[in-house]
Design a protein around this ligand. Structure first.
Ligand SMILES: [Mn+2]
Length: 372
């Protein structure tokens, strides 16, 4: 009986110790969480304080990327203007050139309007994203008030007389820096903006294949895909890539001249138009179309011969198809590449080749009659 009492007392004591321990543990956890929250709030406060000077600025703040705008430039401009808006500033994204097909697709999928065109930047307030060079920027930018530069390139020629937020990081895309800035400022991203940033990061990093890709770019896409409700980034990138090489609505001539260069070697004039396609079927179709117009294009532009160079370069696939303007042009290719096969329309190269690094030097070699 005495023993039983002792056991009960011991049991109670042990239970009390366990309960006290658990209480301390949870109180400790709660305290730790509260401290983390306080720490985060302080960080947000410190980060946001760099914008305090913007309160004194008169007029709108325009956010622009570079000329010949790409997806990173356009989407980063929109996302950064939205960030400033959410913090209470009068910010507007603009573009300084027509958006390309890939960007138009991202904007459409995200349900976001194309920013307005900016023709003269002089006298206005600007945030520059994705560039820091006068030559790449809006006309009149030398006379603008540049308040921030957010970029992932080298530091360019832009200089400011005033203090500025200059956030340059060697990451795969400016969009990744914008994502980090949303986090630093403690601002929630909406679905549309998240979609834009994913599209921009996939575009600038070539679906993470580019050597410039960093951990931050991958983490950004991971975090943003949930928000943007994107389940398959490979599929999105494929759609973007196909759109970027789409020649829809263009005539055969326009396609041939879209990436076109003229050359002269040993008194012979020749030209090469490069065309990107997605797969071999597209390459065959494009070869047929080019066969019809390359001879007339050569004559019309005063060339002795012309070539359409049709390339498949993506996802590790590398193929080139060359359509010559006539028999003389075909003979040049045969002399330059004796082992290459000709199907009556195009020469088929596997792997493909660069116009600048391989095809032009090879043609020069043949036309100069070198035999070594
Ligand atoms: Mn970029």
């Amino acid at each position: 009986m005495k023993h039983t009492k002792q056991w009960v007392a011991l049991g109670c004591a042990v239970l009390l110790i366990i309960i006290t321990g658990l209480c301390c543990f949870f109180v400790g956890k709660e305290y730790e969480a509260a401290q983390n929250r306080e720490e985060q709030e302080l960080n947000v406060l410190l980060n946001r304080s760099e914008l305090e000077g913007l309160g004194d600025i008169e007029g709108k703040i325009y956010v622009t990327g570079h000329k010949s705008p790409d997806s990173d430039t356009v989407c980063s401009s929109i996302a950064y203007a939205a960030l400033l808006q959410k913090l209470g500033y009068d910010a507007t994204p603009v573009v300084i050139g027509d958006v390309n097909k890939e960007t138009a697709l991202i904007l459409k999928k995200a349900g976001v309007e194309t920013p307005a065109m900016m023709n003269d930047a002089s006298g206005l307030n600007f945030v520059l994203v994705d560039h820091s060079n006068y030559s790449q920027s809006a006309d009149g930018i030398e006379k603008a008030n540049i308040i921030s530069i957010i970029d992932h390139h080298n530091d360019g020629s832009v200089q400011t007389g005033n203090q500025l937020v200059y956030d340059a990081r060697p990451l795969g895309s400016t969009a990744t820096i914008i994502w980090i800035r949303y986090r630093n400022y403690g601002v929630e991203l909406d679905k549309q903006t998240a979609f834009l940033l994913v599209g921009a990061i996939l575009s600038d990093t070539g679906n993470f294949q580019s050597a410039t890709t960093t951990t931050a770019d991958r983490e950004a896409v991971k975090a943003l895909c949930d928000l943007a409700e994107i389940s398959d980034t490979d599929a999105l990138y494929r759609d973007m890539y196909k759109e970027s090489i789409s020649y829809e609505g263009m005539s055969d001539e326009e396609i041939f001249y879209s990436d076109y260069k003229e050359y002269e070697t040993a008194g012979k004039k020749y030209s090469i138009g490069c065309i990107s396609v997605y797969d071999e079927n597209d390459a065959k179709d494009m070869s047929e179309r080019m066969k019809k117009i390359v001879p007339t294009a050569a004559t019309a532009s005063g060339m002795d011969m012309a070539f359409a160079q049709i390339n498949i370069f993506h996802d590790g696939i590398s193929r080139t198809f060359i359509v010559p303007s006539d028999d003389t042009a075909a003979d040049v290719i045969r002399s330059a590449f004796p082992d290459v096969t000709f199907d009556g329309v195009s020469f088929n190269f596997n792997p493909g080749m660069s116009r600048k690094q391989v095809l032009v030097p090879a043609i020069i070699h043949v036309l100069e009659g070198r035999s070594e």
